[in-house]
Design a protein. Sequence first.
Length: 205
Amino acid sequence: MGKNKKEKQREEKKEEKKIKTSKGSIVETELKQKIEELENKIEELKKENEKLTDQKLRILADYNNYKKRVEKEIEDIRKFANEKLIKDLLEVLDNIDRLYASLDEELFKDNKFKAFVDGVKMITNSLHKILANYGLEKYTAVGERFDPYYHEALMEQETEEHETGTILNEYQPGYILNGKVIRHAKVVVARKKENSEESSQQQES
């Protein structure tokens, strides 16, 4: 009897041990599953965070580009708001310059007339200074190489003294307003005259 009792106790202990081991395995498996689920969730959150960060950066870049574009448009409006008025005033100044050039020197012997002309010159000089304060610049063309960005060729003139493309004469000055050409200089452009030897060689070839 005593022996059977001991064996029974041993069997019971073995069974308990199996149960504990089984429970431990189940708990360990569940823990591993939980950890795996948490790791997957963390990975998903990382990807979502990266996605949101990328979207945020793109939105911020778009905003900065938009802001710069608007600021440039506002600056251009400020710089060139008076462009049409200034171009109209240039026509008036051109007419006054043509008037000066057409005056007979004999007229300046009259002191009253000379004083009147000097007064008009003072007014035009003041107007040029005011326009310069708004960013207007006059540029010269004679002697420069022809550049279609700055110059408008009215005609070509053959010459032996200058290279082709050199500006020989200027009929109307050009003007720049805050870095933008608002009126091209109207010019006469040189065309190198070929000598007889060069032209005969070209014909022979």
